[in-house]
Design a binder for this molecule. Sequence first.
Ligand code: HEC
Ligand code: HEC
Length: 137
Amino acid sequence: MKANKQLTAVAIISSLFFAGIAAMEQPRGETFKNLQVLPKNISEDSLYKLMDIYCVSLNVDCKFCHAHDKKADTMIWHTDVKPEKEITRNMMRMTAAINETYFHFNDEVKASEVQAVTCYTCHKGQAIPQKEPAAKK
Ligand code: HEC
Ligand code: HEC
């Protein structure tokens, strides 16, 4: 289970690399409080770029997955009160697993670096992907 988790983390970081985003590690300390899938030492830059990719892929904003304190009008990034956040963790694991299991055709590329399928492949700018083709007009 632990090895599996690490592999997924590597896959996600590699995906960033493949998307042309350098996955720099944080030089010291932990910045984020509640990372369960991403590497705990991910740089701020890499994390925020990834979050932007999620927003664009699903056509949502940060509040779709993260809690917003209405009174204080601030975001509370580390809490898990919104179910969309936990669903997303599963989606991250699933996407990495699909790539490693079914799209690793070339041994010159590490299984964890394959990025044939992304959030956008399914979501295409929708929170819930379409199941059926749109009705013809
Ligand atoms: C589709 C869901 C989703 C969207 C949209 C999203 N996030 Fe996230 N975010 C997550 C998940 C899931 C995690 C936890 C990842 C993990 O456990 O490794 C996370 C973690 C974070 C963290 C780390 C919090 C901590 O201390 O643990 C920050 C900061 C963050 N997101 C910022 C943002 C910002 C800024 C936006 C908007 C630009 C955004 N997120 C949009 C799902 C999302
Ligand atoms: C293989 C296709 C596929 C991939 C890849 C995929 N998703 Fe999904 N996702 C789905 C489907 C299908 C649903 C809707 C499930 C349902 O009907 O309940 C969904 C639902 C979700 C939801 C819940 C939306 C809601 O309003 O309930 C979130 C959040 C989400 N996905 C985020 C992501 C993120 C982020 C990624 C990339 C890390 C991702 N997904 C990758 C197929 C996919």
